[in-house]
Design a protein. Structure first.
Length: 483
């Protein structure tokens, strides 16, 4: 039997504005008991959904993820709340928009901010519910010193490559008591690095014989604040090579996910464990003239996979747009736990059960001063406002899904544009108020550790926001007020 396809229903413009103005967690009714006993949350850094078989890709990059998707729920339109790692994962785990935590922009010597102690994280809620919490990551912007370890009984942030991540995950699982519930968070950077092991190169990559790509550190070249602009000169051969390396990295990670699934199966835990696969952001492959991520708000940078697999969830493909912000309240509900009162996301249980739920998508905290809003009703539209475009870019996604032509000056779009700017302004003001409570800048004068700075430099992040103006320097009130 094929998965159910769930499509959005249209609503009126006033409903759009009202829904967009609701910025606190949507409560819903928690189950009488947990539908899910355990959770493994797998975050594959820099993973675009359109390079997975489950989302229609033709190359064999993801047989294990595809198998999870075949028996699970596939959200076809999931979006991150920031197009780069630190603020995006802070939003995923902290349940708040990045600006509500004052996270995302670089500030010397403090770096991109930190998850403040006042933020009640998903791990804290889960741990308070009597569930073991364990995290394994390769840092790169989610270091424990940035506050990401809150709520985890152990936060292992030096796992390195995905094979080591899985070895440590297996060790954690082996050490559990048979009746012990757990929440295991795994985060791998292998796809971000564009450096697949040899066997995967052989599977996907043909030799590149041009002279436009560096011979070493391709990831930093593609992400660097200046070098990434050289992608404007790339031809078909360059992009084919870059994408092949990317695909090879995905398959490397996918094989390790297969290994994890088998470990859970062998231990008898698979049927009791929800497996969630997602990413923190996507990656530009020249669609709008450059490479990398964090600088733009186009869908190739912010759309992410979101797949949930568990026997209690009927297989389905869910079309309405959702946010990474919604993961925390959704997992809490599935685990039979009440969400934090502070979270701004919504429990996606209605969509899992085939009911309606309409959610606006807000995105922010790129290396440039940019914010975006994406809506589905009354017509699919996307607004990007910020540095260099204070009047905004408005894209009609129903007829222009590739975001090629702005309709900001189109008289037919005037009403929708005004409503979206009004909703975005309320959202900006709400987050500014929350930042007074949840700021992650305590102790900023101490700065990052040298080790953290070196890691972030290796990823091409340090200094990326110099041109972006930094936090607090752009006048959002002026940009979003009036016509």
């Amino acid at each position: 039997m094929p998965p159910v396809v769930r499509r959005p229903s249209l609503s009126l413009l006033p409903v759009l504005v009202a829904v967009a103005g609701v910025l606190s967690c949507s409560r819903g009714t928690s189950p009488d008991g947990p539908r899910v006993r355990n959770v493994v949350l797998i975050l594959v850094d820099t993973l675009r959904p359109d390079h997975l078989g489950a989302y229609g890709y033709g190359r064999p990059t993801s047989p294990a993820i595809d198998a999870l998707a075949a028996r699970g729920v596939v959200f076809e339109n999931a979006f991150a709340q920031a197009p780069w790692t630190t603020p995006s994962i802070a939003s995923l785990l902290g349940g708040l928009y990045p600006s509500a935590m004052d996270m995302g922009f670089w500030s010397d010597p403090g770096g991109p901010g930190r998850v403040a102690d006042a933020v009640e994280t998903l791990a804290e809620v889960v741990r308070a519910g009597g569930v073991r919490t364990h995290a394994i990551t390769a840092r790169g912007g989610t270091n424990a010193e940035f506050g990401f370890g809150q709520g985890f009984e152990e936060y292992d942030d030096d796992a390195g490559y995905v094979q080591l991540t899985l070895e440590r995950a297996e060790a954690f699982l082996d050490g559990l008591d048979d009746d012990e519930r757990f929440f295991l968070y795994l985060h791998t950077y292998d796809v971000h690095n564009f450096n697949p092991p040899g066997e995967y190169r052989e599977m996907f990559v043909e030799p590149y014989r041009g002279d436009l790509l560096p011979k070493e550190r391709l990831n930093k070249f593609l992400q660097g604040g200046t070098t990434r602009l050289e992608a404007r000169s790339f031809g078909e051969a360059e992009w084919r090579h870059v994408k092949s390396l990317y695909d090879a990295c995905i398959r490397n990670v996918d094989d390790q996910i297969a290994r994890l699934v088998e470990t859970l199966r062998a231990s008898g835990r698979l049927d009791d464990t929800l497996i969630l696969v997602t990413a923190d952001h996507g990656e530009e492959f020249g669609e709008h003239g450059s490479s990398g991520h964090g600088y733009a708000m186009y869908d190739e940078s912010i759309r992410v996979p979101l797949i949930l697999a568990h026997p209690s969830l009927a297989p389905a493909r869910v079309a309405p747009q959702v946010r990474l912000l919604d993961v925390a309240p959704t997992l809490a509900a599935l685990l039979g736990l009440a969400p934090s009162e502070t979270w701004q996301g919504s429990d996606l249980s209605p969509l899992l059960e085939g009911r309606a739920l309409s959610l606006p998508v807000f995105v922010e905290c790129a290396h440039n001063s940019l914010k975006a809003m994406r809506v589905e009703s009354p017509r699919p539209r996307k607004l990007i406002v910020g540095q260099g475009r204070p009047k905004g870019h408005l894209f009609a996604l129903d007829v222009d899904p590739d975001e090629t032509k702005t309709r900001h000056q189109d008289p037919d779009e005037r009403e929708v544009l005004a409503a979206m700017k009004e909703a975005m302004l309320r959202w900006v003001r709400t987050n500014a108020r929350l930042a007074e409570r949840f700021t992650g800048r305590e102790g900023e004068e101490d700065g990052m550790s040298d080790e953290a700075r070196e890691e972030m430099e290796a990823f091409g992040y340090v200094g990326a926001g110099k041109k972006g103006g930094g936090r607090g320097e752009f006048d959002w009130e002026a940009a979003l007020s009036g016509g």
